[in-house]
Ligand binder design. Structure first.
Ligand SMILES: [Zn+2]
Ligand SMILES: [Zn+2]
Length: 458
């Protein structure tokens, strides 16, 4: 009845009575005041203890919240705590998993199949304002929901009927559906900025219609934060109200999650999304699944088709020669040879896109990773995962006048073995595969990543 009757009375009022300008302004003002009673009072103060409120502020929020006619503070806060603790389960009284209509108002109309999940309400039971409102609930909602908005318009500018129809009833309908949207729309519309395991979402439209409660993914992630919107340009009048009360000395202890932790949550979600996106892309086979060819086998094969070696991988460039932005000639001149130095900047420093594209042309791994005749074994010994495989390779192919040689007697154990995947090749990661590295926390160990801007991106 409390939900069905007001819209009908409001419609009757709109159809039979003119809306005066002053009454319209008062109705909008009272919509925000009673809405704040729910968002700043029922929700952020009493359900989540996101800040402390002085007695005058608590009294104000109790009265305005009563004017929204959404049940007592105790009942509301208890259900809301269950909603957070058991989100998207049958113990969540609004359970968005059961549908938009149910989450919006179905749960209040149909008798719930089961009680909301257990939560701690000991603090609510001790609060004198909550106890008072619980005791005088009916007079409170009648006075603040209907009598007060009517007498303000009546005594103020003589519009008794308008005060009743518009500031009382119609305003109540808007407040109802505005705050109901926190349970429905805020669990459907928008993006999961911090976690997509559950239904809460961040959305500007929802924020507009819920007096700032629209950044609901953030809210479920950091429920004790007095903010819903963390950026200054996001719409959160409830946050602005609480902050103003703080400045006036009426509120204190405004809780804010550390920015570092908030950013960690955001990054985790960005990485998850990136990995999901990566799943949709094609990548070359990993080194372990490619055939291993000796240098001699590579040379023999290169006589039959256009092959080049880069990063210890053998690439078939037949389909690419004419597509090469630098021209066919630059590739042709390196067929049957190791083109790593040229590719890595000796001639032209190729882009991430070029690295990714090249990796799709892999057909094999070169045993040992280099042309054997140009290898000085001592250089292999000095290379480890944290050394630059590319740098040392360039050196070995170039001037080869390093002084970082070590014990030559150990070179047997690191000499080329057939069947062993070239270490340099297996360590090379094209930029497009970077997210795997991030996921496995190998970023710091991967030479290639550190040397590209990808490493700095995250
Ligand atoms: Zn929610
Ligand atoms: Zn909440």
């Amino acid at each position: 009845m409390a939900l069905a009757l007001p819209p009908l009375i409001a419609l009757y009022g709109f159809a039979t009575y003119p809306v005066q300008r002053a009454t319209l302004l008062w109705s909008i003002t009272y919509y925000f005041l009673t809405g704040l009673g729910i968002t700043a009072g029922y929700h952020r103060l009493w359900s989540h203890r996101a800040y402390s409120a002085s007695d005058p502020l608590q009294a104000f929020l109790m009265c305005m919240g009563s004017g929204a006619v959404e049940g007592s503070i105790h009942w509301w806060a208890r259900g809301h705590r269950s909603h957070h603790r058991y989100t998207d389960t049958d113990l969540d009284p609004y359970g968005a998993h059961t549908g938009l209509i149910w989450a919006h108002l179905g749960w209040m109309i149909v008798k719930p199949r089961r009680k909301p999940g257990r939560v701690d309400t000991s603090d609510l039971k001790m609060n004198k304002f909550i106890k008072f409102q619980h005791r005088f609930y009916v007079p409170m909602i009648l006075f603040w929901g209907l009598v007060f908005p009517t007498i303000v318009a009546g005594f103020g500018w003589g519009d008794w009927k308008g005060g009743f129809y518009f500031a009382g009833i119609a305003r109540l309908v808007f407040v109802h559906h505005s705050t109901f949207c926190i349970n429905s729309l805020a669990h459907y519309l928008g993006e999961a900025s911090f976690d997509n395991k559950h239904s809460p979402r961040d959305n500007f439209i929802t924020a507009l219609v819920t007096i700032g409660e629209g950044y609901h993914n953030f809210h479920h992630e950091f429920p004790m934060d007095f903010r819903n919107a963390i950026f200054w340009y996001q719409y959160d009048p409830t946050k602005w109200f609480i902050w103003s009360m703080f400045k006036l000395g009426l509120a204190s202890n405004l809780k804010v999650f550390p920015e570092n932790e908030v950013n960690k949550g955001r990054l985790a979600m960005q990485l998850k999304n990136a990995l999901e996106f990566k799943e949709t892309l094609d990548y070359s086979k990993p080194a372990s699944e490619l055939p291993i060819l000796t240098w001699d086998e590579f040379e023999a094969e290169a006589k039959k088709r256009p092959l080049i070696v880069v990063h210890g991988f053998i690439h078939d460039v037949a389909d690419f020669m004419d597509e090469h932005p630098g021209g066919r000639a630059l590739i042709s001149s390196r067929l049957g040879r190791d083109a790593t130095t040229a590719f890595e900047g000796g001639i032209y420093e190729h882009s991430n896109a070029a690295h990714n594209l090249l990796s799709m042309m892999r057909i094999g791994v070169l045993s040992g990773g280099y042309e054997p005749a140009k290898i000085r074994p001592s250089h292999i010994r000095t290379r480890s995962r944290t050394d630059s495989g590319f740098a040392s390779r360039s050196t070995s192919q170039g001037s080869a006048s390093d002084s970082d040689c070590v014990d030559e007697s150990t070179h047997d154990e690191v000499s080329h073995k057939d069947g062993e995947i070239a270490r340099a090749a297996s360590q090379y990661v094209p930029p497009g595969e970077a997210y795997d590295i991030l996921q496995h926390r190998e970023l710091g160990e991967n030479v290639k990543m550190e040397s590209t801007s990808y490493g700095k991106l995250f």
